[in-house]
Design a protein around this ligand. Structure first.
Ligand SMILES: [Zn+2]
Ligand SMILES: [Zn+2]
Length: 392
């Protein structure tokens, strides 16, 4: 097969125009599944042809461990798309989530990529069975098991736990999934050896393994827990369950079923809003002054951009920046800012959070002292000012 044409190389403006002209009602939906897929390259090309014919746009990752898809398609083709999924065993009855607040214009083209993994997580997934996942729990059952004393673990990135989490949940400190899962395994081993299949303590006949508490995992949308629960089971923990659909669906179920939320505060989301409030609880404090706050944002100094919890008062005091040093740059004329940034590395990530608020406060105190003393924290600015004062 000539696979050369199985991609869309048109200019984004053209694609946008085409979508505007199309005039069809589109539905945006997402689905994923950890499932062993064979001959992924060939599958990719076939799916591209079949889905393109159905008017599917979006981003799909395929790998030998499964599929992760976010797509939009003409609403009239939903049944045909479902039928297309059903005719492959690997995708049969895969649950999909329809985005409610979406105009269906989120995607301009169809992108199907073959990846090593469907979620970047740094786990050697060929070493364990990624399809042997924990039980999926709805919100009501999750709540009940929490009341029964289950161990609750937050599988999101550490910065996502800052402004909201389940009551009493274990929040890993590591700043990546791989580190977090190792930390969780270590914590669980220390906490209760009897949870293990062959508990080391069972050699002592006097110490009978009591019934180990159940392990409950949760994340934003559920996909991380698929991998995490499979990994924990591989590590010998048998009693593992996960929140079906993640916090997003938990919030929906709270409303639909009138349940009491055991999630406190806000849910971190990956769009411009950064956060979505679930309850009025405020679980965090301002990283700059320590007052109760769950106002989250990025430092406005573009080369810093670090994520922090910052109260209203501090946002004003530091001009939406993380420190006096960033504030000084941020308040310069834009050309001077550009000149200063030249040659400096700028953070491409918006999701690097301050993990040592005490250290930040110490730095702020030191910077304020220096600033009072010297009138600047950036003596190098005098040499790069593009508009030198001539009549000085
Ligand atoms: Zn503050
Ligand atoms: Zn900053």
């Amino acid at each position: 097969m000539d696979t050369h044409h199985l991609r869309n190389l048109l200019h984004p403006d053209l694609l946008r125009q085409r979508l505007e002209k199309e005039g069809l009602t589109r539905t945006t939906l997402s689905f994923y599944r950890y499932v062993r897929l064979a001959d992924v390259e060939a599958l990719r090309h076939t799916l591209y042809q079949e889905w393109e014919a159905l008017g599917v746009l979006g981003r799909i990752y395929l790998s030998q461990e499964g599929i992760n898809a976010q797509v939009s398609l003409p609403t009239a083709n939903l049944d045909a798309f479902r039928a297309n999924l059903e005719c492959r065993e690997a995708f049969q009855a895969v649950p999909w989530k329809i985005a409610v607040e979406d105009d269906g214009k989120s995607f301009l083209k169809l992108i199907l990529k073959v990846k090593k993994r469907i979620v970047a997580d740094g786990l050697a997934d060929d070493a364990f069975d990624v399809t042997n996942v924990g039980a999926h729990l709805d919100a009501k059952t999750f709540n009940r098991k929490m009341e029964e004393g289950a161990v609750v673990i937050d599988m999101r990135n550490n910065y996502e736990c800052l402004i909201g989490h389940f009551e009493g949940a274990y929040l890993p400190k590591a700043d990546n999934f791989r580190g977090a899962i190792d930390e969780v395994v270590e914590m669980l081993r220390q906490q209760n050896a009897p949870t293990l299949d062959q508990g080391a303590r069972s050699v002592d006949p006097l110490v009978r393994p009591t019934s180990a508490p159940e392990i409950l995992l949760y994340c934003t949308g559920g996909i991380r827990c698929e991998k995490a629960s499979a990994y924990l089971k591989h590590e010998g923990f048998t009693n593992v369950a996960q929140l079906h659909g993640g916090i997003i669906d938990y919030a929906r179920q709270l409303k639909a079923d009138g349940l009491k939320s055991k999630y406190l505060g806000q849910n971190f989301v990956f769009d411009e809003r950064l956060a979505e409030r679930i309850t009025d609880d405020v679980v965090s404090t301002c990283m700059q002054c320590g007052t109760t706050s769950d106002r989250i944002g990025n430092c406005h100094e573009a080369s810093c951009n670090v994520l922090l919890v910052q109260c209203e008062a501090c946002a004003e005091k530091y001009a939406d920046c993380c420190s006096p040093s960033c504030r000084e740059i941020h308040q310069l004329p834009i050309e001077s800012q550009r000149a200063w940034r030249k040659g400096r590395s700028t953070r491409s990530t918006k999701t690097k959070a301050i993990n040592d608020p005490e250290g930040l406060r110490k730095r702020i105190r030191e910077e304020e002292e220096l600033l009072a003393l010297n009138g600047t924290l950036h003596p190098e600015l005098t040499s790069i000012n593009p508009h030198p004062v001539l009549n000085g």
